[in-house]
Design a protein around this ligand. Structure first.
Ligand code: HEM
Length: 307
């Protein structure tokens, strides 16, 4: 199978940086390719200790222009889910996404800065978020995030397009959630656990979890009764004033994300929405495709680092 971008599956990194760029009208595509190459070269570093993980994702329009033969089936822009007065997943689709992560915030900054300079005049920075691991991989609600995530070897199977156009690449969802921790922290532990569907201390699934608990809404099965899984890589972000979860996940199709969001945002036809959405709301939402290394090298080549 074609190789996925290694940064998608590099785990255990504490420092994260997320960048979303929107192409300016009439941007020269060769210049955009050159800018992405420059960012990739910066990520490779000049020594192994300077290297930083970089995953590059493209929005549907840009991917179709840069690599028309490598657009995977069913790749569509993110559109809003849900409607007022219920929770709404807003859509803020952009063209280019960089996920930078590693052990060194200084190197993440170098890379973000390189991207800013390289894309100057070609794309505008639409959103930038700095994320970090909090305590023992907990979301700021205090609950462990990632318990039911597939182990990395399994994730490489389920979150990578196996064949056809886009083989070796992954579909990406990004949403920046702003939490209302005053409201959530005002609940007692039992009520908080009913919102999530797991115990707070050690993330054990509740035996009688409510139908609107978060994990009740996102545990879904395909027509053969197999659980549909995604690979989540979310981290907390923010300041003492505004903070929450930077939700990031990968899959081999958009169907899983679409179905989970419909159930979370009251758009699946059963009259329920995810209770967690009463305590947090997304202020961004986009889909990207992170092509495999071979396609990425064709779009924006970068010389191999010589160690
Ligand atoms: C603020 C936003 C969110 C928070 C705080 C959050 C938090 C959590 C927590 C605490 C768990 C239980 C532990 C675990 O298995 O990781 C969980 C599970 C899960 N979440 Fe979320 N989540 C959020 C958004 C989303 C979204 C947008 C999706 C899908 C589009 C999603 C999909 C899942 C899935 C698939 C599971 C595993 C369910 C299972 O099989 O047990 N989450 N989440």
């Amino acid at each position: 199978m074609p190789q996925p971008q290694p940064a998608v599956f590099a785990e255990g990194t504490p420092s994260h940086w997320f960048l979303h760029y929107r192409l300016v009208d009439g941007a020269d595509l060769d210049a955009v390719r050159g800018a992405v190459s420059a960012v990739r070269a910066e990520a490779a570093g000049t020594t192994p200790t300077d290297a930083v993980n970089l995953a590059v994702g493209f929005g549907p329009d840009l991917l179709a222009r840069l690599a028309p033969d490598d657009v995977p089936e069913g790749f569509h822009p993110f559109t809003a889910v849900g409607s007022e007065p219920g929770p709404v997943a807003v859509a803020t689709q952009e063209d280019l996404f960089f996920w930078v992560h590693g052990n060194r915030p200084d190197r993440n900054f170098d890379l973000a800065h390189t991207a800013r300079r390289a894309l100057d005049g070609r794309a505008t920075l639409a959103r930038e978020t700095v994320g970090w691991v909090w305590h023992d991989n907990r979301d700021l609600t205090g609950f462990i995030d990632g318990t039911a995530n597939p182990p990395v070897e399994e994730a490489r199977e389920l979150a990578v397009v196996a064949d056809g156009p886009g083989a070796g690449g992954s579909f990406v969802i990004t949403q920046r959630y702003v939490h209302d921790l005053d409201a959530f922290d005002a609940l007692d532990t039992e009520a908080q656990e009913a919102v999530i569907g797991r115990s707070r201390a050690d993330s054990v699934e509740l035996e009688d979890k409510p139908a609107d608990a978060h994990i009740s809404r996102v545990e879904i099965e395909d027509d053969d009764g197999e659980e549909i899984e995604i690979y989540r890589r979310s981290v907390p972000y923010g300041t003492s004033e505004e903070h929450g979860l930077y939700f990031l996940a990968f899959s081999d199709g958009l169907g899983a994300f679409d179905a989970m969001l419909a159930r979370m945002y009251g758009a699946s036809g059963d009259g329920l929405h995810d209770r967690l959405m009463d305590f947090t709301h997304p202020v961004s939402g986009a889909y990207y495709f992170a092509p495999g290394v071979e396609v990425l090298n064709r779009i924006a080549p970068t010389p191999d680092r010589e160690d």
